[in-house]
Design a protein around this ligand. Structure first.
Ligand code: R5P
Length: 294
C-alpha cells in the first residue's frame, strides 16, 4: 500500500495543456458509455477499425451443418485467425475456451428451424443476465424486414438494445434475407438504416450493388455477411469489394468452414480486412497456405 513517507509531492499539473479528450474509433460510437466501447474494441481491432468475425451459429436453426459437425474439433484452429466469434451460448460455452479473450458475438434470437415454411418468427432466446455472465461483446438479433415476422423481430431487436444499453453491451442487428425477400440495394438501404435508427450499434448485412451508398447512409459500422459457399477466389473477391466499399469487416461462416482449407481461408480474409491485401494477393496466399496446412 502506498504510504506518505517516501512519496514525492505531486507538482506537474500541466496547467497550460488542455485535457486529452479522446475520440473513439468505431463509427457513430463516440457517445456511448465506456463499457460499451471496451466491448466494441474487442470486436473491432483498434489498429485497423475492422473485424473478421467467424459465424458458426448455424446450428440454432439447422442443427449440424457441413463443416461444423464437430465444433470442438473445428473451432480451435479457426478462432485464432479471427477477431470475434459469432455463435450460440451452447456452442460457445462448450467449444470456445474462456481463455480466448477476443470478441464474442452471442446469437440471442431463436425460434424457427429449417422445417418451417416461414422462418421469420423468432423470440429473444437469451436473457440479458446470461449475456452478461458470458461477458458477451455484443448480442446478435436477426430481423426480418418485409417478412411476416417483421414486427416481432423489431420488438426482439429493440428490447435487446434497451437491455444492452443498460449494461453496456452493444447489439448486432442482423438483416435477414429470405426465400421471397429481395436482395436489392433499395432493400438493404432500407433495412440497414432502420436497424441503425432503432439503436443497433453494429449491422450485419449482405454486399450489394452500390454498397458504398448503403455504408454512407448507415451511421454505425456494417459487417458483411458471407452467405452460401462460393469458390474461394470469389469469396475473397466478395471480402475485397466489401472492404473497398466501406464495410467495417465481415462476418462469415460457410465461406470459411466449408472451404477446402478453412484455416487458410480465415487467414487470407484477415489479410484483406486488416492488411489491405487485394483479392488476388489473398488468393495467391490461400493457394500456398492450403498446401502448407495440409
Ligand atoms: C445470418 O446472419 C445467420 O446468423 C447465420 O446463421 C450465419 O451467421 C450465416 O453465416 P454464413 O451465411 O456466412 O454461413
Amino acid at each position: 500500500m502506498a504510504d506518505a513517507q517516501g512519496n514525492k509531492m505531486a507538482k506537474d499539473y500541466g496547467e497550460n495543456i488542455p485535457f486529452a479528450n479522446q475520440s473513439f474509433f468505431v463509427k457513430g460510437m463516440d457517445n456511448v458509455e465506456w463499457g460499451m466501447k471496451d466491448r466494441l474494441s474487442r470486436i473491432f481491432n483498434p489498429k485497423t477499425g475492422r473485424t473478421v468475425m467467424l459465424a458458426f451459429d448455424h446450428g440454432y436453426i439447422m442443427g449440424s451443418t457441413s463443416g461444423l459437425e464437430r465444433l470442438d474439433l473445428v473451432l480451435p484452429e479457426l478462432i485464432e485467425e479471427v477477431d470475434c466469434v459469432m455463435g450460440t451460448r451452447g456452442a460457445i460455452r462448450t467449444c470456445v475456451p474462456p481463455t480466448y479473450n477476443k470478441g464474442v458475438a452471442l446469437r440471442c434470437s431463436a425460434g424457427s428451424s429449417v422445417l418451417d415454411d416461414d422462418m421469420s418468427f423468432e423470440v429473444i432466446g437469451v436473457d440479458i443476465e446470461d449475456a452478461i455472465r458470458m461477458n458477451a461483446s455484443c448480442m446478435a438479433i436477426q430481423t426480418f424486414i418485409g417478412a411476416p415476422g417483421q414486427k416481432d423481430s423489431i420488438e426482439n431487436l429493440v428490447k435487446t438494445i434497451d437491455a444492452g444499453n443498460r449494461y453496456g453491451i452493444p447489439t448486432l442487428g442482423v438483416v435477414a434475407v429470405g426465400k421471397q425477400m429481395e436482395r436489392t440495394t433499395k432493400f438493404f438501404l432500407l433495412a440497414t438504416r432502420m436497424l441503425a435508427e432503432f439503436g443497433a450499434q453494429i449491422i450485419k448485412t449482405y454486399y450489394c450493388e452500390d454498397f458504398e451508398k448503403v455504408v454512407a447512409a448507415c451511421p454505425v459500422p456494417i459487417v458483411v455477411a458471407g452467405g452460401k459457399k462460393l469458390p474461394e477466389d470469389e469469396a475473397l473477391t466478395l471480402v475485397y469489394k466489401a472492404i473497398q466499399g466501406g464495410a467495417a469487416g465481415v462476418d462469415m461462416g460457410r465461406n470459411i468452414f466449408q472451404a477446402e482449407s478453412p484455416k487458410a481461408m480465415a487467414r487470407c480474409i484477415a489479410k484483406i480486412v486488416h492488411e489491405d491485401y487485394t483479392d488476388k494477393e489473398a488468393y495467391d496466399l490461400y493457394l500456398k497456405l492450403k498446401e502448407e496446412f495440409k
